[in-house]
Design a protein around this ligand. Structure first.
Ligand SMILES: [Zn+2]
Length: 141
């Protein structure tokens, strides 16, 4: 089976066909790019960055989730992995920063809803919707 993971926790260096790991540099001599490159599937990360890097602003939200959704959708469309893991962080980040019942968190929830909708639509466009199971998890409600 083929697998893909996008910012899924604790996947650095994992045997995943297309992996963009969620990892942060923890040494002063490392930076985000080299740390991510070492922990991920390098070719996948470079290709996704070339295609969709314009969507990112470092690891800032909501731009990071825009990038991750685009990368996941492209991989679903072109590779059709048997298992795709997508960790969208925008809403969690905004709830931690501003509080749960804030305008910022509500806006993030609407962006999250759109990203999930985009990924579901991608499976329809790729002709795999009927054979796809979706599992949606959250750590704040
Ligand atoms: Zn959290």
């Amino acid at each position: 089976m083929t697998t893909a993971a996008f910012l899924w926790p604790v996947t650095a260096g994992a045997h995943i066909n297309w992996n963009i790991a969620e990892i942060f540099p923890n040494r002063i001599w490392n930076n985000q790019y080299t740390t991510s490159l070492r922990a991920s599937s390098p070719l996948c990360l470079l290709q996704m960055d070339r295609k969709f890097g314009y969507l990112r602003n470092g690891i800032q939200q909501p731009e990071l989730d825009n990038f991750i959704t685009a990368a996941a959708a492209d991989t679903i469309r072109t590779k059709k992995p048997n298992l795709t893991l997508v960790h969208l962080v925008d809403m969690d980040s905004h709830r931690h920063r501003y509080g749960i019942r804030t305008q910022q968190a509500g806006d993030a929830l609407n962006r999250l809803d759109k990203h999930v909708g985009d990924l579901i639509q991608t499976t329809k466009d790729a002709g795999i919707f009927e054979e796809t199971d979706f599992m949606i998890l959250g750590d704040h409600y």
